[in-house]
Design a protein around this ligand. Sequence first.
Ligand code: UD1
Ligand code: CA
Length: 452
Amino acid sequence: MSFYTITLAAGKGTRMKSKLPKVLHKVCGKPMLQLVIDSAKKAGSVRIIAIIGEGAEQVQQEISDVEFVIQKEQLGTGHAVLSAKDKFAESEGTVLILCGDTPLLTDELLKNFVDAHKNSTCAATVMTAKMTEPTGYGRVVREDDGTFKKIVEEKDADDETKKINEINAGVYCFDVQKLFGALPQVKNDNAQGEYYLPDVLPILKAAGETIGVFEAPYAEEIVGINNREQLAAANKSMRMRKERELMANGVTIEDPNMTFIDIDVEIGQDTIIKPNTYLEGKTKIGSNCVIGPDVRMVNMIVGDRVEVQYSYCHDAEISNNVTVGPYVHIRPGTKIQEKVKVGNFVEIKNSNIGKGTKLPHLQYIGDSDVGENVNIGCGTVTCNYDGKNKHRTKIEDNAFIGCNTNLVAPVTVGEGAYTAAGSTITKDVPKNNLAIARARQTNIDNWNDKRK
Ligand code: UD1
Ligand code: CA
C-alpha cells in the first residue's frame, strides 16, 4: 500500500518573528520539517517532496531524505501543492499532503489515515480533530447529514462558523490525478487573497466525488506551530512523548519535567536519569548508568555502568565503568576507555585515555594519548598550543605524573616513568625514569629575624 507525500514548507512563518525559516525551528533537537518527513517515511511513503521557498537554500542544507520543489512566490497552500504538479505527471495512486509545521504527527497516525483513505472510495480524505481552543485553524463545516461540506479559514469565518470546534489538521489524502486535475480551479477570492488547498475539496465534491473525513483520536498530535508559544508547547509535548517511550523501555527518569531529551537519543535499560539533565543530538547511553544531576551531553557515545554528574560532554566517547564529575568538561575527539576516573574540575580535549587511568582533580589534558593505569596528579597541564600549532603529548602505560606538572608538547613520558611534582617537562622522559624539572629549594637561615 504505497503512497507519495508532499509537505508544505515554503511559507514565511511571519508569526514566528524570526529570521530563520519557520520549518527549521527545532522540536526536541530536530527541525520540525525533518520530523514531519521522518514520520511520513516511517509510515511507508515511497517518495517525499517538500515544497520550499522562504530561506530555500538554508532549508536544503539542513533537511535530508526528501526531494525539493521551489515555490517562488508564496500564494497559498493550494498554489504550493500545484508547484509540484510536474513531479506527478506519470503517477497514479494516493498522495498524502502534510504541513511542515505540524511536527507532532506520528507515523502511526499517518499510516492509519492513509489506510483508511485507501480502503474507501473517496477521491480525498481530510484529517480533522476536535479542539477545545480552535482559534486560528480552518473549521470543518459539515452538511446536515454529517458528510463533508467545506473548510472555512479563521479569517473568513463568521461568528457561527468560529464556534465550530472541529478543525482542519492540514493533513489530506488525495487521488493524485484527481487532485492535480481540480487544483487549477481553486480561486483566491478570500480574506487573505490566497489559493487555499482546502478549497479543492468542495470542487471535487461538486464534480461528484466523495470526500472522506477522518477524525484524529488525539488532537495533541495535529497541533500546528505558528508562533513561539506554540513552539514551546510542542517541545514540551514531544519531550514527554520521548520520555514516556524511554520509561516504557526500562529507563528511570526521576523528574520528567526537569529532563530534556532529544528525539534521537538512545538509553539502555536500568539507566537512571537525574534531574536537570540535557541529552542532545545523537547521544547514545548504555545500561545501568547514572546520568545527572546537572549533565549536558551532546552527540556522546556512553557505555554501560557509567556515572556522570554535574558535567558537560560533547562529541566524545566514554567506555564502560567510567566515572565522570563533578565539574568536568569532555570535549570533541576524546575517547575514554574502561574504568577511568575523571573527577573534579577536569577538562579533556581530543585525547585518548587508556583503561584504568585516573585524572582525579584539576587537570587540562589536550591533544594527548594517555596509556593504561596512568595516575595524573592534581593540577597537571598539557601545554599543547605554542600560539601557532597544536602538539601531542604521549603518556605511556603505568606512568605517574606528579602534581602540578606542565607537559610541554610535543613530549613523551615513557612507560612506568615518573615526573616530580611541580616539574615543567620539555624533554621526553625515558621508560621507568624519574624526571625532576624544577629549581632546587634553597632555605635561608633566620630570614624572618634578619628581615626585621
Ligand atoms: C492551514 C490550513 C488550515 C489548517 C491549518 C492546520 C490552509 C489555507 N489553511 O492554515 O485550514 O487548519 O493549516 O495547521 O491551508 N505554505 C507554503 N506555501 C504557501 C503558503 C503556505 O508552502 O504559499 C506552507 C507553510 O510553510 C506551512 C503550511 O503551508 O508549513 C501551512 O501554512 P500556514 O500559513 O501555516 O497555514 P495555517 O494558517 O496554519
Ligand atoms: Ca500553520
